[in-house]
Design a protein around this ligand. Sequence first.
Ligand code: AMP
Length: 190
Amino acid sequence: MLNVVLFGPPGAGKGTQSGNIIEIYKLVHLSTGDILRGEISVGSELGLKAKTLMDQGILVPDEVVIDMISSRIDENPDAKGFIFDGFPRTIAQAQALDKMLEQKSTSISCMLSLKVSDEELIHRLVKRGKEMGRSDDTEETIGKRIQEYNTKTLPVASFYAAQNKLHEVTGTGKVEEIFRDIAKILDSYS
Ligand code: AMP
C-alpha cells in the first residue's frame, strides 16, 4: 500500500494537491476537515460540537478524529492506499494512526510537508474566506489556527523525521510544479 500523510499549515495547498494525488495514484482521500464539515452540514451532534471549536480555530479532541479515521479506513478494505490530509495533527494522533495501520499489517510510507511562509498563508486564507465563505477563514481565526499548528501540529513532522519518512516540498509557485515535485517523491515509493 502507498499511505501518504500530506502535511502543512492551513492554506499550504493540501486540498489542492490531494486532488492531483488521488487522480494519479488512485488513493483514498481522508481529510478530517472535510469529514467534520460534512458532519456540520448534516447537523449531527458531532458536527455541532466540532463547529464551536472549528470556528475558533481550535483543534477538536484527538479521540473524535481518531475514531473518524479508524472507521473510514475500515470502510475501505480494498484501498490501494490512503492520503491523510489534515491528519494527524498531534503526536497522539500520529501514534494512534501508526497503531491502526499496524493492525492492518501496513504503515505510513511517507510524509509530504508543504512549506509556505506565514505571510503567504495569511494572504491565501483571507482570499479563500472571501471566495468560498469558509467560516474559519477570518483574520482572527486564521491567527489561532496558525498558532495551533505551530504548537501542536509542527512536532508531528519530527515524529515522521525520526522514522526517516519526512519529505519537504516547496509549496509556493505553480500548482503543477509543486505536484511534479510531489510525484517524484511518490514514484520512489510505488
Ligand atoms: P482543515 O480543513 O484541515 O483546515 O480543518 C479545519 C478545522 O477542523 C481545524 O481548524 C480543526 O478545528 C478541525 N480539524 C481538522 N482536522 C483535525 C485534526 N486532525 N485534529 C483536530 N482538529 C481537526
